[in-house]
Write a protein that binds this ligand. Structure first.
Ligand code: AMP
Length: 516
């Protein structure tokens, strides 16, 4: 039995020492070298007497991040990646929640990190990966670790402006990866084209399927996702046969019909996607050009490691039909509960709740938010048993497959990113020029729309109304770029409903009246 994901790396490094494990734009690394460097990093972490402590990885996306992840895992500590493009304010909020014991970075990036609210220890990657391996210390650490110890914490948007740290254990990743590699028959013959940032849960599939099965993952340069033809050429050149992308990335390719220029018939074998709704309109373009590929819609939140239901596309769909999110994965149970907390019947709508080994332990250092979403299974009054309430509204179709309908709250998906509209509102509200604001999502035009009410004395003072460029310029220091509103509507007076709250329904209706 495996209690730590690094045992997979040990096995694969033994079986396929010289095979490329991961490659980025600048370098590639074999399984043996990945293992050596990760153990070197682990030895340095252990030398600092850290065990079961949070380790921040602050590095440019690439092979070195994965070495650091494995280093943290070998040392029986847990990693949390922070994107180097994240605004300082948000990094500080994450640091406050996580209170890391160590930051792994480079000598160059350390200078940036030193400006954040962190007085702790650093490990310079370029030195640590060349350090001596102290195998006995690693063995001792792993002997003390258990499979329910944390492997990582990934931060997602929080409605109050404080990001939530989703905690995931070794056991959860082992359970999920076993399912992925068995279901899609992943072997060392396969190669992945990674799109997902490493701070996003979709990357777990690429990373751990590769380490377990001996496949190869090519980290696709981010700029290629804006250029479909070079993107497909890259896939062909690297002989990538499996991709697991967010639908937004697949949609760009479908819209520009890049397949007319690049034939991937003999290259691509599996197209998997997860993270947001995949419209059949665009999937049908993929299916038309690449009919022999296996397509699968995976569904799930970060809180269930990555995904908990799946649908392998096995029949025709018209452009306007919804694509099912399918059936539960092995060792995962889905409960669709109505407002009375009873299982739905027939085609009734309910909230998708999930239980299983791949469930998160909760939000790091956040008992309140954990208590709201991770609750006792209402169908089991006998023993403590946690289910996670996803906030996703779903129903069953006539085939017994689950159909995703909408959200219960103000969480949205924009270009594959999970965003709490409240986090944007909190940032905008901090600007002194704005007295009231409300954010909505325009699904049709895929735009975040910000409604603002100006501070009452501005007009009297003859001051300009803050516009999109001004607001985005200010809040870009508070929220990531993907959260910036695509449209700003200034109102003299914000509509208020009978409860005295901002009337979101009226704003939504008015949005439908506005052109994009
Ligand atoms: P994340 O934690 O970033 O993976 O986001 C999880 C949320 O994304 C879910 O709760 C859903 O609202 C949405 N989501 C994920 N996968 C799908 C899918 N296949 N279809 C529709 N929505 C999805």
């Amino acid at each position: 039995m495996k209690a730590n994901v690094t045992y997979w790396l040990d096995e694969t490094a033994k079986r396929l020492p010289d095979k490329t494990a991961f490659a980025d734009e600048k370098k590639e690394i074999s399984f043996k070298e990945l293992q050596r460097q990760a153990k070197a990093v682990a030895s340095q972490i252990i030398a600092k007497s850290l065990f079961k402590k949070p380790v921040v990885i602050y590095l440019e996306k690439g092979v070195d991040v994965l070495v650091s992840f494995m280093g943290a895992a070998y040392s029986c500590n847990f990693y949390s990646p922070i994107d180097i493009e994240m605004p300082a304010n948000r990094v500080n909020k994450i640091l406050e929640v996580l209170d890391p014991a160590l930051v792994i970075t480079t000598s160059v990036l350390k200078k940036t990190f030193e400006q954040y609210d962190y007085q702790g220890d650093f490990l310079l990657f370029e030195e640590a990966c060349e350090a001596e391996v102290t195998q006995e210390e690693i063995d001792l650490a792993r002997a003390k670790g258990v499979d329910t110890d944390l492997l990582y914490v990934l931060f997602t948007s929080g409605s109050t402006g404080v990001p939530k740290g989703v905690t995931i254990t070794h056991r959860s990743v082992i359970d999920y990866t076993d399912w992925v590699t068995e279901t899609f028959a992943i072997t060392e013959e396969d190669s992945f084209g990674n799109q997902a940032p490493f701070y996003f849960d979709n990357s777990i599939l690429d990373i751990y399927s590769t380490i377990k099965s001996g496949a190869t993952t090519y980290i696709i340069p981010k700029n290629l996702f804006a250029q479909p033809v070079p993107l497909l050429e890259y896939i062909r050149e690297k002989k990538i046969n499996t991709i697991f992308w967010v639908p937004s990335a697949l949609i760009v390719v479908a819209k520009l019909k890049a397949f007319r220029n690049v034939d991937l018939t003999d290259t691509l074998k599996r197209v998997l996607f997860c993270g947001e709704v995949m419209p059949n309109k665009q999937l049908n373009v993929w299916r038309k050009f690449l009919p022999d590929v296996l397509y699968a819609n995976l569904y799930g939140p970060t809180e269930i490691t990555d995904a908990c239901t799946y649908y392998i596309v096995d029949r025709e769909f018209s452009d306007d039909e919804p694509l099912p999110i399918g059936i539960p994965m092995a060792n995962t149970n889905i409960l669709v509960l109505n407002e009375k907390n009873e299982p739905v019947t027939g085609g009734e709508t309910g909230e998708l709740c999930v239980r299983g080994t791949s469930l998160s332990m909760g939000y790091y250092n956040n008992p309140e938010k954990t208590k709201e979403a991770f609750v006792q299974n209402p169908l089991n009054p006998h023993v403590p048993e946690t289910i996670y309430r996803t906030g996703d509204l779903v129903k069953y179709n006539e085939y017994g497959e689950i159909i995703y309908l909408s959200r219960k709250d103000f969480q949205i998906k924009h270009m594959g990113h999970r965003i709490e509209l409240g986090e944007i509102e909190t940032a905008v509200s901090s600007l002194e020029e704005i007295s009231l604001c409300c954010c909505l999502y325009d699904e049709k035009h895929q735009k975040i729309v910000l409604f603002i009410e100006e501070a009452p004395d501005r007009a009297a003072l003859g001051q300009d109304v803050p516009d999109k460029a001004y607001i985005n310029g200010r809040i870009s220091k508070l929220v990531p770029e993907y959260m910036l509103p695509g449209k700003v509507v200034a109102l003299e007076k914000m509509p208020i409903n009978a409860n005295g709250k901002i009337d979101r329904v009226k704003l939504k209706e008015s949005m439908e009246g506005h052109s994009a």
